[in-house]
Design a protein around this ligand. Structure first.
Ligand code: C2G
Length: 141
């Protein structure tokens, strides 16, 4: 039983997230997602998610690839998570390339950086929606 873990905010869930979760699950048999809490987002990641932790958790738990969602509320919890959940493989998008290699050297697990889906991001979705809204407002009725 190969146990995989990944972490993220997963706000405004989109197909880039789904591609990552599908590929992460393909690395094993059981996938745990460390979901960034609202506080962690605000104070450590400098971002405010549109959906609350509970709503983002509800969405992730509905995804066939996800077996368990746990809170991510500190950068340092990865070591203890790896031990507590008997993790074999850590997976994350390659925007984090190299940042978590310590998990391989210190915890002896496989660390995999997967290619991001290039054309979609939560930030871009928010920007596009703002532009669409502005265009609608500027129309002469
Ligand atoms: N992702 C992706 N393609 C996209 C957007 C996101 O593959 N177009 C991946 C990211 O690389 C990440 C996961 O989806 O692996 C979640 O993305 P975010 O919610 O942006 O996560 P992030 O803010 O990078 O948090 O401790 C690690 C952090 O919590 C990761």
């Amino acid at each position: 039983m190969n146990r995989v873990i990944t972490y993220g905010t997963f706000d405004l869930l989109h197909y880039g997230h789904i591609n990552l979760l599908r590929a992460a699950k393909q690395k094993g048999d059981y996938l745990i997602v460390g979901l960034s809490t609202d506080e962690f987002n605000l104070h450590q990641k400098g971002k405010k998610s549109y959906f609350t932790y509970e709503k983002r958790k509800q969405l992730l738990e509905a995804i066939r690839y996800v077996d368990l969602v746990i809170p991510e509320d500190s950068w340092a919890q990865k070591h203890t998570d790896v031990d507590q959940y008997n993790i074999d493989t850590f997976v994350i998008g390659d925007d984090w390339e190299g940042k978590f290699d310590f998990l391989s050297t210190e915890s002896g697990i496989e660390v995999v950086y997967l290619p991001r889906t290039p054309e979609v991001s939560t930030t871009q979705i928010k920007a596009d929606l703002t532009n669409m809204n502005d265009k609608d407002k500027s129309k002469d009725f």
